[in-house]
Design a protein around this ligand. Sequence first.
Ligand code: GLN
Length: 487
Amino acid sequence: MTITNLTISSCHTDFASGARRPSDVAQEMISVIQQKDEQLGAFLSIDEKDIMRQASEADERYANGTQRSPLDGIPIGLKDNFLHKGQPCRAGSKILDGFVSPYDGGAVRKLKEAGAILTGRMNCDEFAMGSSNENAAYRPCVNPINAEYVPGGSSGGSAAGVAAGMVLGSLGTDTGGSIRLPASFCGLVGLKPTYGRVSRFGVVAFASSLDQVGPFAKTVDDCRLLYNHLQGFDARDTTSRNIDEPVTFSEKETGLKGVRVGVPKSFVEHDGLDDEVRATLMYSLDVLKSLGATIVDVDLPHLKYAVATYYIIATAEAASNLARYDGIRYGQRLGETDGLEGLYRQTRGQLFGDEVKRRILLGNYVLSAGYFDAYYRKAQKVRRLLAHDYAKAFEECDVIFGPTSPTPPFKLGEKAADPLAMYLSDIYTVTVNLAGNCALSLNAGFSKDGLPIGMQLIGGLYQESTILNVAHRFEGAGLGRQQQIKS
Ligand code: GLN
């Protein structure tokens, strides 16, 4: 098996049998990054010396049989908004240039405990705001399948790097689809766990009532392995839920008999749903049926308000979270000789990108006296209605199935000048963050231009085991990424 086709589980098997060593794999992955990343743009930085130091420690553990987990020695990338002690953390923004993480965040600690090799900082939209990675402040990132197309955002680098074989898995954050959308556009599996399932301690905050950490991987099984090591309590995140529930795959070969798969009417009837995505959805439903699942009609009647609701709540929280970047406490400082107000004005005016400024303006507007009731309070009420829609739908079904994105991957520049068109890419993903549920995206086919089309499996609160198990069966039925690539 070539290095770019390795999965986490096959690599671990090779390490355990002695067929490969972590330092060989790390070295080969560094060469792939050196060869391909100038064009791809998945990484913002790597620290070769530190990678090789971690790898030789893993070599030793395998040599004396003290390996810590299936992730031991596995190269994993981190989105640029995770704090990793001693490494730069800029959240893809110029305003954090020069900032070095003083400690490890919760998810990073768990990966370290498992023995994973943390390879570097992965490109993303500035402060995780975007759906295409085109709001990246340092360098563009393109789709590894076709460089004219976007990789999806905001965790575009995390997805592109796994798809291009530069790392075997990666971490992203999903506030309104930022794991699932790039997973869909790059042909990967990406999981947004339930709010509270994975620690956000040491993750740069965007919209705190929506943010969640999750993995990218090539297969559902790899995604499960990563998830199992990420989930669980962390006292340093006050929203962390005190439960520890690793997922196992059911051994029974019963297909999906007895599983009720809900398809929301409003998903299918949405005007913006592209024909190729619709066709992939219909085909996928046939696959689910052939596995024995029962397809049931459900509805999310408030879907049409989801994008507006999300962009009110997310911008309000972002405006408040980003107030801390004032040029005094973190990163870069401009206008030092212009008095305090001049310093704030120049630092924030010149170092935040356009999309970030748009969000701060929108967020402060919806929170301001006089508009608060009309926008922010109203949005909170609609959020509750959406959560209720899901709770009701889950009385009728075990999982919900639908597209991840209304369109296949689009070309660079196609939506960059039209924020509203970009925001509409998030219609199917943001509802999940607003309700707090879990969901994963996995590949279900390719567009006529050869770009991946992903489908989403949405579960109720704390139903990761259900969606991962259904996804595993679906992938095994021949629609998975591995099969598609062969055909
Ligand atoms: N596209 C959404 C936004 O720009 C989602 C971002 C995210 O999940 N981090 O807000």
